[in-house]
Design a binder for this molecule. Structure first.
Ligand code: NDP
Length: 400
């Protein structure tokens, strides 16, 4: 039993907090701290009568290390679960170092003024975390997160060597809007408008945005177009899966989404360069975020399913083998259970599981680690128990 401090109170945090409250055997206390305290209070009021977990709330600016340190000292959590934005990763890691608390997040650090994400900044903290005797677990969402655990599980139980991994992220959900993003619009648009890339034979191959397109027939969803993107777990899996020859990441997008995105790009609305507007500086992408639907409001409107998983190809006992591990999640079922759509759900559940495994010691090891560096078995078991059951296919269709 222990206490978690959750930082952030948006779409993903709301699901993780619901799940911590369902799992009050592990989490007997929880503090929700975010920029806007009224959101934390509203969630506490909704959940307090339904759980044995004791909930407190606080206001914090997670860009400010001193405020974070004071909060952690006052609340004395066992682990800090960062569900704010990737911009806050390093300040929260600093605060964990200053207070000797374990750290978990779901997305790697990205500086606010350059749309570039990579693990380097956070991996550079490894020696300091080792010295402090505390664990940092990076990327405990679905992708990265569950996809990384799937890779470790496939390697442990099904292959002697994995040569190819294709990660397929399909959202077959329909929210009825011509254009909306399923998680934070600023982060989402920065990700999909960047150049694509994949890892092959020890080097990165870069592509123009959305230049590589394939169609795939997803279980539970049907046929969808998907596009190759750069994605953060490629970077760590390329290092941690021995013998790997190629890793690619594909995400599905509908035609309406792509047409709107192209148009917004063409008129400059996705830019992160500040511009002068009526005497003040604004960032076009941040303004766009303000006019788009809040992802948290999509829950009641979204119907359909997500299907996210990994197709592995490699060698077992001298023979070629293929193996597909995936999860199907239904938007409306998620909404009925926790009041959120499946994209927040598929991220929030693994965030709770990562926090639980670090807190109870099963995934504790001083240093900064990616998900595939721990034993996948307790995580895989917890996915089945906490709402993200997985399926196996030993003869999947392959992506060319
Ligand atoms: P939201 O925008 O819904 O929520 C972000 C929350 O962080 C809000 O409550 C916001 O406060 C709070 N916040 C932002 N800045 C600060 C700050 N300076 N201090 C304190 N709180 C702050 O985002 P999501 O819930 O959609 O995403 C959360 C994280 O999950 C992101 O890092 C995202 O990249 C990651 N993610 C990971 C996925 C995966 O599979 N690994 C998939 C999807 C998302 P306020 O309410 O005031 O705005």
């Amino acid at each position: 039993m222990g206490k978690v401090l959750v930082i952030g109170c948006g779409g993903v945090a709301s699901v993780a907090i619901h799940k911590c409250c369902q799992n009050s055997e592990a989490f007997d206390a929880l503090c929700i701290a975010s920029r806007t305290k009224s959101k934390c209070d509203a969630l506490r009021d909704k959940l307090a009568a339904t759980t044995k977990t004791k909930i407190t709330t606080a206001q914090v600016d997670a860009n400010n290390v001193e405020q974070l340190v004071n909060l952690i000292r006052a609340e004395q959590p066992d682990v800090v679960l960062n569900l704010a934005l990737p911009y806050q990763d390093l300040t929260i890691m600093e605060a964990c170092l200053a207070t000797g608390k374990h750290y978990i997040d779901t997305a790697n650090y990205e500086p606010e003024d350059t749309a570039k994400f990579e693990y380097k900044w956070q991996w550079d903290y490894h020696d300091r975390f080792v010295k402090a005797g505390i664990t940092a677990l990076l990327g405990s969402g679905f992708d990265p997160g569950v996809t990384s655990v799937f890779s470790a599980y496939a390697l442990k139980h099904h292959f002697d060597e994995i040569h190819y991994i294709d990660i397929l992220d399909c959202n077959g959900g329909d929210h009825g809007y011509p254009f909306a993003t399923n998680f934070n619009p600023e982060i989402n648009i920065r990700e999909v408008s960047a150049k694509g890339s994949y890892w092959e034979n020890g080097a990165w191959v870069e592509t123009e945005p959305m230049a590589i397109k394939r169609e795939y027939d997803f279980a539970g969803v049907g046929k969808k177009d998907m596009y190759l993107l750069h994605h953060e777990e490629l970077e760590s899996l390329a290092l941690h899966i021995p013998g790997i020859r190629r890793i690619r990441f594909f995400m599905t997008f509908g035609q309406s989404y792509l047409t709107h995105l192209k148009c917004l790009e063409n008129v400059g609305m996705t830019s992160i360069e500040p511009i002068e507007f009526e005497g003040r500086q604004i960032v076009p992408l941040q303004f766009l975020k303000a006019v788009l639907p809040d992802p948290a409001s999509l829950g009641p409107r979204t119907v359909g399913k997500t299907n996210i998983g990994c197709i592995f190809r490699g060698i077992k006992d001298g023979k070629e083998k293929t193996y597909y591990l995936y999860n199907i999640c239904d938007h409306q079922e998620c909404y009925r259970e926790v009041g959120s759509q499946a994209v927040s759900y598929t991220t929030g559940v693994p965030a709770m599981i990562g926090a639980m495994l670090v807190m109870d010691g099963r995934w504790q090891r001083p240093g900064v680690w990616n998900m595939e560096q721990f034993d996948p078995d307790p995580f895989m078991e917890a996915l089945n128990r906490w709402g993200l059951p997985w399926h196996e296919d030993f003869h999947p269709a392959l992506v060319d």
